[in-house]
Design a protein around this ligand. Sequence first.
Ligand SMILES: C[S@@+](CC[C@H](N)C(=O)[O-])C[C@H]1O[C@@H](n2cnc3c(N)ncnc32)[C@H](O)[C@@H]1O
Length: 318
Amino acid sequence: MTHVTYHKPVLLNEAIRYLITDPDGIYVDGTLGGGGHSAHILAHLSEKGRLFGIDQDDDALRVASERFAGEDRIAMVRGNFGYMNALLPRDVAGRLSGILLDLGVSSHQIDEPERGFSFQKDGPLDMRMGALQELTAAAIVNEYEYEELRNLFFEFGEERESGRIARAIIRDRPLQTTGQLRDSVASAVPERFLNKSLARIFQALRIAVNSELNMLKRALEQGTEMLGEDGRFVVITYHSLEDRLCKNYFRYGNFEGIPKKDFYGNTITPLQTVTRKVVTASDNEVAVNPRARSAKLRAAVKISQGWNGKSGEKGGVA
Ligand SMILES: C[S@@+](CC[C@H](N)C(=O)[O-])C[C@H]1O[C@@H](n2cnc3c(N)ncnc32)[C@H](O)[C@@H]1O
């Protein structure tokens, strides 16, 4: 396994354009993966620039360590980006020039049947991104009560047939493999909707197993604190639940999307959105990398106190 086959980075040039404003700065790639974005970040940094690459997956850290062997501007860190303030050295807090999060799973994680992320391959119902986690998809599928399962599929998968699917799963327990889960879902939804339902059910389980939305919220809050003034936050999301959290947080400084105004009517928020419209992949990129189809990039800048509250388009230097 090499970085070439590990993962093809999405929205690479766009991410760099919005992320890098200071080639001498300190950056964080919170989702190192195969190092696709990190390599490009390093190519845009000077000899003084520094990069921290975080991932919770040992496979990713192994591949990236080989890729960046001999490169002393990058430090690789094992852990969850939701704890980035504890993972990064204290002296970088409040001084970061930019943070990138390219969310979700890598192609490598999807392609390895034994990780259990894909409904197209048979493997154990695992879905843990990091080896340190305990909760597995099998535990959820086999132990949750009907209402918990139904709500999980509805909230994290936005699946309309959540109730029927939850009932089928409970009937077919115990389920140990992705193939068994697939059969159970297939018995509950019409054939023509099956692939969409499977995608939603697998997404819901993955989000729950990895506490993905919670970790994203933590990372947005901690990352914002760790940015220096004018530091950039760039996030690439792959489904609407993640995108909504980013959009709201970048615009309003909270996840509910509720504007908080000061005495003069200005929105009180630590960030200003710099992508006026969400950035998506070109047709050319989607043609060579289907995973790019659902990618949405948003970027924001940390603002100084006394900012006047207006939002607008602002590019980086790259
Ligand atoms: C879409 S891939 C990133 C690919 C990378 N940008 C590249 O170009 O190769 C997402 C990576 O982030 C990691 N990841 C996802 N959520 C994480 C979290 N909460 N903390 C740490 N790593 C996470 C996954 O293990 C995976 O390797």
